[in-house]
Design a protein around this ligand. Sequence first.
Ligand code: ADP
Ligand code: MG
Length: 386
Amino acid sequence: MTDDVAARATAAFRSAYGGPPAGRWAAPGRANLIGEHTDYNDGFVLPFALPLRTVVAAAPQPGDTWTVCSELTGDTVTFGADDVAEAGRVAGWGAYVAGVAWALREAGHAVPGARLAVASDVPLGAGLSSSAALEAAVLAALVDLGGLDLPAERRPRLAQRAENDYVGAPTGIMDQSAVIRCRAGHALFLDCRDESVEQVPFDLDAAGLAVLVVDSRAPHRHADGEYAARRASCERAAGLLGIAALRDVPADGLADALARLDEDETRRRVRHVVTENQRVLDTVALLRAGRVREIGPLLTASHASMRDDFEITVPEIDTAVEAALAAGALGARMTGGGFGGCVLALVDAERGDAVADAVTAAYAERGFAAPGHVTVLPGPGATRLD
Ligand code: ADP
Ligand code: MG
């Protein structure tokens, strides 16, 4: 699949610009294994890179001019020095590319003019971070073409700035950290308070396991407003408790914290965040000990917490989780912000198709549009291909 997408990037480059690229750079989509709505509470997340990738074929272009085409959108966007001097000058999907050039320039780098062609296997808007994949691949290309000095650990912040400040999408640091820093066979344990990371072994292949990713294709219903409401609720609770963030409530302090809150809804929101942080820590402990099969119940408990306490799931998502578990998945949960997006199911590798079929059948029974699915192993982060 990766070979195909790389070949498609080259083909797109040749047909747009009439010659070969100087190189190709790839960055993956990502899924968060566990730790949902913990990021803005200064907590823990545990993403891994998907084998689905975005590939950018690129070559230098004289002057301060950038031209980029995407086989997915079918159009070409051109921008110049003025557009990378001020945030927000380019709109639409080209903003993710111009935003990277802008962020590089803001950080004091001389950004080389370039021609770029983008191909991708990461579905857009499914919660698998096609946006960070695009930013990371473009960033890697521009850094190499310009011979810029930008070590990997400084790249996530820069890509995040492109998305937050140029595109105008308020996201945390997880997506860009994951797509840039993840390693094959590992998950990335990220502390969102100090942004420290640890590579945690997540060798599904050696354990005869895989992750089935189900794209619910559920329409995102009021997702932005609900996200803002959850965030406000968490901030209010932290204020009432007199702490900087809900991260500061340890699992064994939960009962005390809940007793100090006045409202059932707020208490449930807090309970989700506090127990979810602990589930990330428990998952990391099991993975460090090589006990990957045993993380299933933590994934399923995370889902129940998102469904009942944080109230961010929808019927399509709950149906996928229930059907996957009934078909023998070791654990299953929604991944991403909620109100649609994807479900992850931990499965014995040879059961992937059967579990996917069971989810598809459950969708048909409920009258939902057919879901998408792909069975994956944790892949590498952003890299130069050639
Ligand atoms: P997600 O990151 O979950 O896929 P986002 O809404 O954050 O969803 O980002 C999706 C947007 O990123 C698309 O609407 C498009 O503007 C841009 N994008 C991502 N990948 C590509 C691509 N290969 N070609 C063109 N635009 C892309
Ligand atoms: Mg995104």
